[in-house]
Design a protein around this ligand. Structure first.
Ligand code: GLU
Length: 445
């Protein structure tokens, strides 16, 4: 942080109280000294300062009425962080914890993640502090329509292309697309990704983040002469990312013994029954304890946290930010974990990352390991632009190629900068250089 320390102090001063944003920035800046020392032109052009300041930040009111006619007011956000490599691209999160600092941390990570995919997408993120839990379909629709009524004027297939994140899946994208189409009178397929398969959505987009995370893990294991076959895997979460990480891990011969939601976790030594998990989570939208009740007496449901104490060879945090702490990392290392890959955005605290790195565990940061979702969104945009639609097998093959490419560029960049095997350094520098070179070429904007 030699070059970077005064700059970080200025970021703290200018973005007060935004703790997750500070954390995300610090994690990147800490790794950039070697590249800034080698390339003074990036320092002269103030590339880091410009990258840390979003191009545009939107905050807006989202009023809506519930099924009994009571009126609610939420706060909506869209942070258009960087358009150096393409239109702003990144998901929308609907969760009561959403605030400007959370959206900025997610948007900042998105810049480098999107760059790493090698596809032409800039970085952005948005959402609202709306809690979808327990809301009817009609309430969700009215909220999405109100949200899009304001947001639509900032979007466009060449401008800003949102997608899903926590609390935003196919249903919400459908309602938002409908409202965008109604207001603009344009069938602009490429304005949102994660659409339904019958109306412009891409095959394998739903599966892509979880699948990609496991494919990245397989690549990390391969460099150590290992594979996922026969490994015990722990996955946190049971949303879209977790479910499809479990599916791909099982396809590659691993046994997934645990997963969770915000109420607790289940331990299933026979291996998670994925069809049952999908039924509980995707169809009934129920709690993880229902999985334990329906699966049989061999399954243990444990309320609260503690999932990382379950012994495993591979850990995939796929729930949310800062869910895996130093004590969890120490427990995982004690139990012999070999690889950890982040399916969620920034789920591992900086102290926990350090524990893994010092213990020689292969650690794949979210920017690289969970980039399969947004990469497949870019493939969806590509299909929309050419009015085409690809098969599942073809899309999945493209995804696998992209994950290999991301792995290899992180791996070789880490080696080039004298920290072999450090995927955090590799991902940050590889992503940063792509964005920085485009910014240099495009002048002072
Ligand atoms: N929300 C996802 C992410 O964190 C996907 C974003 C997208 O597909 O645009 O990368």
């Amino acid at each position: 942080m030699r070059v970077i320390e005064p700059l970080y102090a200025e970021i703290l001063r200018r973005n007060q109280g935004e703790t997750e944003f500070h954390q995300a920035v610090r994690e990147v800046l800490e790794t950039l000294d070697p590249v800034l020392e080698r390339r003074p032109e990036l320092v002269d052009a103030r590339i880091v300062e410009r990258t840390c300041e979003p191009e545009r930040q939107l905050i807006f009111r989202v009023p809506w009425s519930d099924d009994s006619g009571d009126i609610h007011v939420n706060r909506g956000f869209r942070v258009e962080f960087s358009s150096a490599l393409g239109p702003y691209k990144g998901g929308l999160r609907f969760h009561p914890s959403v605030n400007l600092g959370i959206v900025k941390f997610l948007g900042f990570e998105q810049i480098f993640k999107n760059a790493l995919t090698g596809l032409p997408i800039g970085g952005g993120k948005g959402g609202a502090d709306f809690d979808p839990k327990g809301r009817s379909d009609a309430e969700i629709m009215r909220f999405c329509q109100s949200f899009m009524t304001e947001l639509h004027r900032h979007l466009g297939e060449y401008t800003d292309v949102p997608a899903g994140d926590i609390g935003v899946g196919g249903r919400e994208i459908g309602y938002m697309f409908g409202q965008y189409k109604r207001i603009t009178n344009r069938y602009e397929s490429g304005v949102l990704t994660g659409k339904g398969l019958g109306w412009g959505g891409a095959q394998a987009r739903t599966e892509a983040t979880g699948y990609g995370c496991v494919l990245f893990t397989a690549e990390m294991l391969r460099t150590r002469g290992e594979s996922l076959d026969g490994q015990r895997v722990a996955v946190s979460g049971s949303g879209n990312v977790a479910i499809y990480a479990i599916e791909k891990a099982q396809q590659l011969g691993a046994t997934v013994v645990t997963c969770s939601d915000s109420s607790g976790y289940v331990v299933d030594e026979k291996g998670i029954d994925l069809a049952l998990l999908k039924e509980v989570k995707e169809v009934r939208r129920g709690r993880i304890s229902e999985y334990a009740e329906l699966r049989g007496s061999h399954v243990k449901f444990v309320p609260g946290t503690g999932l990382w104490n379950v012994p495993c060879d591979v850990a995939l945090p796929c729930a949310t930010q800062n869910e895996l702490h130093e004590t969890d990392a120490l427990a995982l290392v004690r139990n012999g974990v070999k690889a950890v890959a982040e399916g969620a955005n920034m789920p591992t605290t900086p102290e926990a990352v350090r524990v893994f790195q010092e213990a020689g565990v292969a650690f794949g940061p979210g920017k690289a390991a969970n980039a399969g979702g947004v990469a497949t969104s870019a493939l969806e945009m590509q299909q929309n632009a050419s009015r085409d639609s690809w098969t599942f097998a073809h899309t999945e093959e493209r995804l696998a190629e992209i994950m290999r490419h991301i792995h290899d560029s992180c791996y070789t960049t880490a080696e080039r900068y004298g920290t072999p095997g450090n995927y955090v350094v590799g991902a940050n520098i590889a992503g940063f250089e792509l964005v920085a070179d485009a910014m240099l070429a495009q002048g002072l904007i």
